[in-house]
Every structure is written in structure tokens, then in C-alpha cells.
Design a binder for this molecule. Structure first.
Ligand code: ZN
Length: 370
């Protein structure tokens, strides 16, 4: 019999269920599925995951991995998992707002991005891909900048024996959407394999990196179709991804005025985003390539003279974030007023950032290293 609090701590788990604190097991949470969602396939997948606990080579990368199936009246209704040390979801780091939490400091966003890269590695060497790699499934520790993965029951076993059955629109890769459209498939569980792969995780990773580096904007969130006329794609969903409407594709430009020009980033990012979003047939940038590019970028950042939350490449003559704020402020007739409240930015807490040991990684497996 499960023993859980009466009110869930998280809602919005994709309609599958809700998460509760366990009364009798400190540090444990319980995800209770909605009626009809605990199918025999789900139970079998959970048991497989429980029998194969995820092995992670650094203590700061956390996964809410299932630890035990819970039953009511003899019927499986959900699973226990560890409560993770995080207080926010990853989008807290890049929401476009005048809040000055340290994790929103641009330099720290770069650290969050590099910490996220490693999660793919740990999933892959355990023979899983993340699958539904969306911003609500990624926890964030605001103090350390470490990230963690929720909703691990949606992970996809490589080869497809245990599948990921959902993916938030806007994070599913175009080749998957196009293959499903061609097959007439309407859901991921019934689609022809392969569905989710290491490459589809790398597509979602590129979206997260883009959002962290580019003021929170989704790379498919509205474009001006030509340089002269304005025709936005409403919202972010699968359709713009399916149609290849990356906002910096040739002949396109973003409609969102808080996105700076791509050239504010080192050239390698433009090349990597192209390879992730447009020319992905030969393989997307790996998590390790992203990690190296991010670490290199971080070494060349300088602080803006006006706003200590702003950091930019030392080769730029103006701060792209001040310019973005100005564009947004004009658009909103001055309603958006960043608080230039200068205070000491506590970089000390971020010095505990994750550094990977390359020897460990090489020994851990060659799958994700390619
Ligand atoms: Zn600035």
C-alpha cells in the first residue's frame, strides 16, 4: 500500500499523473498515474528500470530514477523515486524577466548549459535516451547550477523495447516528426522504430543551449519569413520544427526582439545550430562538442559596464543584452524596465561547477563519444 501526502507537489506531468511526497519514506517521492495510464507495458518498463538502476559517474548529475512500483488493492498505480536537490526547473535560468537571481547571470547560464550536456552522456551509457527532453523535465539547483532529470519513466531504452511515449511539442526532432507523418503515425508508442534516438536527444539539447544563450527564446518561436515582410509562426509547437522554420535559417530572421543577432556568439555556435537544426543528416554536434564550445566561450566573456547580469564575448563593442532590453522596452513603450540594481554577484557558489574527468568518460563507454 502506498503512503503518500494528500496533495501533489508537482502537477502538470503531461497528463500522466501527479507526484506526491511519501509519508513513510523520507527523501522519496511517488508518481501516481492517472486511471488507465498504468498499462502492462508501463509496469514492465518500470520493472526493467528498477532492475537496472542508472549508474552515473558524478554525484552532481541526478536522475529521479524509479526505485519501486507502488500498489493499491493489488494493482500497480505508480512508482517511488528519489526527491532531487533542485528548487526550480531549467527555464527559471533563462526566462526573460528583470529578476536578478544569480543563476540568471549570463555567465551562469553558460554553466547550466554545460552541466546539461553531461546528462545525455549518463543516459546513453546506461543504454537509454532521454526522449521527452523538454524544459519541464529538467530540474535546476539555483545555487550550484546543477541540473537533474525528472520524469525518467519517459526515458527510451535504446533499440525501443521500452519506449518513450510522449514528447512536448517543440522538442521532438524534425526527422522523427517527418517519419511519423510519412507513416501516418499519430503517437510515439505506435510509430515505426526507431523513434527516439541519441540524435533526437541532441536536437533537444541544441534547443536548450539556444534558449540559455539567446535570452530564453525558442529557436523556432516565430520568424519573419522574409527580411521585408513580417509573418510570425504562432507559438512553438511541432509544426515549425517539422517545417524546418529555424529562426536563423537562410533568408529567415527571428521575430522575437529579445533575440540578439547570432553573430554575438562565436562562429562555432552558428555552425553547431545549423548542424543541429538544418543540416543534421550527417549527425548533430555531440554533447561533448557543445560542452567544449561552451567552456571555451565562458573563458572569453566580459561583464557589461551597465548591468552585472550581462556578460558577452570580449570581442563585442556593445552589450547585446542591453540592446535587447532596449528593443523590448521600446516595443512595450517603456513598461519593461530592467532593475539595474547593482550588487555583488556571488560567483563563489558557482565555482563548485561540474568538471568532468575525461579519463572516466572514455572508460565509461564510447557510445555517446562517437
Ligand atoms: Zn548590458
Amino acid at each position: 500500500m502506498i503512503d503518500i501526502e494528500s496533495n501533489p507537489i508537482f502537477n502538470g506531468t503531461g497528463g500522466e499523473g501527479a507526484v506526491y511526497a511519501s509519508r513513510s519514506r523520507p527523501g522519496q517521492l511517488f508518481k501516481k498515474y492517472r486511471p488507465g495510464k498504468m498499462t502492462p507495458e508501463v509496469e514492465e518498463k518500470l520493472k526493467y528500470m528498477i532492475d537496472h538502476p542508472i549508474k552515473v559517474g558524478d554525484e552532481n548529475s541526478k536522475f529521479a530514477w524509479p526505485t519501486e512500483v507502488g500498489y493499491e488493492n493489488g494493482q500497480p498505480v505508480g512508482f517511488y523515486m528519489p526527491r532531487l536537490p533542485c528548487d526550480e526547473k531549467i527555464y527559471f535560468a533563462y526566462d526573460y524577466t528583470d529578476d536578478m537571481s544569480e543563476v540568471r547571470n549570463y555567465k551562469n547560464r553558460v554553466i547550466v548549459a554545460r552541466n546539461l550536456c553531461t546528462m545525455i552522456h549518463w543516459a546513453n551509457i546506461n543504454n537509454f535516451v532521454i526522449g521527452d527532453f523538454n524544459d519541464k523535465n529538467i530540474g535546476l539547483d539555483k545555487v550550484s547550477g546543477y541540473v537533474s532529470m525528472f520524469d525518467c519513466d519517459s526515458f527510451h531504452l535504446l533499440g525501443g523495447k521500452h519506449r518513450c511515449g510522449a514528447c512536448m511539442p517543440g522538442y521532438a526532432a524534425p526527422e522523427l516528426l517527418r517519419a511519423m507523418r510519412a507513416d501516418g503515425s499519430t503517437n510515439y508508442l505506435g510509430a515505426n522504430l526507431p523513434t527516439f534516438t541519441a540524435e533526437t536527444d541532441l536536437f533537444a539539447l541544441a534547443i536548450h543551449v539556444f534558449r540559455l544563450l539567446m535570452n530564453g527564446a525558442h529557436p523556432y518561436n516565430g520568424i519573419d519569413v522574409t527580411m521585408d515582410s513580417s509573418s510570425a509562426i504562432a507559438g512553438v509547437g511541432d509544426q515549425p520544427v517539422h517545417d524546418g522554420l529555424y529562426c536563423f535559417a537562410l533568408g529567415k530572421k527571428p521575430k522575437n526582439r529579445t533575440i540578439p543577432p547570432l553573430l554575438i556568439l562565436p562562429d562555432i555556435f552558428s555552425e553547431y545550430f545549423d548542424r543541429a537544426f538544418i543540416h543534421f543528416e550527417a549527425g548533430r554536434p555531440t554533447w561533448r562538442q557543445w560542452l567544449n564550445a561552451l567552456d571555451n566561450y565562458r573563458m572569453h566573456l566580459v561583464m557589461c559596464g551597465k548591468n552585472p547580469m550581462h556578460w558577452h564575448h570580449k570581442g563585442l563593442s556593445c552589450c547585446p543584452w542591453c540592446e535587447a532590453d532596449e528593443r523590448e522596452s521600446k516595443k512595450n513603450r517603456g513598461l519593461f524596465k530592467p532593475k539595474f540594481k547593482v550588487r555583488r554577484i556571488d560567483q563563489e557558489s558557482f565555482k563548485r561547477e561540474l568538471y568532468l574527468d575525461p579519463v572516466d568518460l572514455n572508460l565509461a563507454g564510447s557510445y555517446a563519444s562517437r
